[in-house]
Design a protein around this ligand. Structure first.
Ligand code: HEC
Ligand code: HEC
Length: 224
């Protein structure tokens, strides 16, 4: 069982560490070696991409042990919607909500297009548990559960602007999201598709599907 409080506390600790990072590095506005910035093309300044990199990685790979998602190659429409949902509190996460609230609409657009143009993660998926493989590819029509890959693409690699990739995301992250859709602490997305599906999944389904799409083994605790 994962410990929710500990997870949140860890998030807070990383956030604190991050806030002091620029100070520790002696980075300031006039620094001759500024942190990488997304060009804004305007006078408004923009935000520092290094803030995101502190948790999501410089290349946006995420962090499996912390359950921080990869942002690489996710569709920009999807990324924008998630950042707006964090900012409005519709998608609940204490760490991401305060970060998203500090972003302007322009910052959100720039961050989304930055991560969307990076090469997506792609891991070979090996079914550790036949039932996960079966649900992912064939669904469970007796309970009206469609195959995950019908919307998320073959091997969960994502489709178009609205169906995010699941492939290679940390198992802990995927599990948290499926539970959040179930509890309603994350909005169900377009046409309430994911909320309806998550409601029909058992805790065991959620665990085995999360391990399956992360491309990890249960033996390594959800890490690749
Ligand atoms: C202190 C760590 C931290 C920082 C800094 C951070 N994030 Fe996050 N981010 C997270 C965590 C943890 C989650 C998962 C939240 C959840 O479980 O819903 C997340 C989730 C996201 C998601 C949702 C991804 C998905 O697949 O739905 C987006 C988009 C995102 N972050 C963008 C950003 C951007 C852009 C920045 C920089 C402005 C940033 N994050 C900075 C920790 C962080
Ligand atoms: C009918 C289409 C559809 C099917 C089938 C479907 N999904 Fe989704 N899923 C979506 C949509 C749309 C979203 C994006 C929701 C949003 O915009 O917030 C999503 C989001 C997700 C997310 C969050 C991803 C992230 O980066 O945060 C997870 C995890 C997920 N789905 C898992 C599954 C699993 C596991 C299955 C199979 C049991 C499944 N989905 C089947 C449409 C679908």
């Amino acid at each position: 069982m994962m410990n929710k409080t500990k997870y949140v506390e860890r998030g807070k600790a990383s956030l604190k560490a991050l806030l002091f990072l620029p100070l520790a590095l002696g980075v300031h506005a006039e620094s001759p070696h500024p942190q990488p910035r997304i060009p804004t093309g305007g006078e408004s300044g923009g935000f520092n991409l290094a803030t995101c990199a502190g948790c999501h990685g410089i290349e946006g790979d995420g962090n499996a042990a912390e359950g921080t998602p990869s942002l690489r190659g996710l569709p920009s429409t999807y990324l924008k919607e998630q950042l707006h949902a964090f900012a409005s509190g519709e998608r609940q996460n204490p760490v991401m909500s305060s970060i998203a609230q500090a972003l302007s609409t322009e910052d959100i657009t720039l961050a989304a297009s930055h991560y969307a143009q990076l090469r997506p993660l792609s891991r070979p998926l090996e079914a550790q548990d036949e039932s996960a493989n079966d649900l992912a590819i064939h669904g469970r029509w007796s309970e009206n559960i469609p195959p995950c890959d019908d919307c998320h693409g073959p091997e969960g690699k994502g489709v178009g602007e609205n169906f995010p990739a699941l492939n290679g995301q940390p198992a802990l992250y995927l599990e948290n999201q499926l539970q959040a859709f179930k509890k309603g602490s994350r909005p169900s997305g377009p046409l309430k598709l994911m909320g309806n599906i998550a409601n029909k999944l058992s805790d065991t389904d959620i665990r085995t599907l999360s391990l399956y799409y992360s491309g990890s083994s249960p033996m390594t605790g959800g890490q690749p």
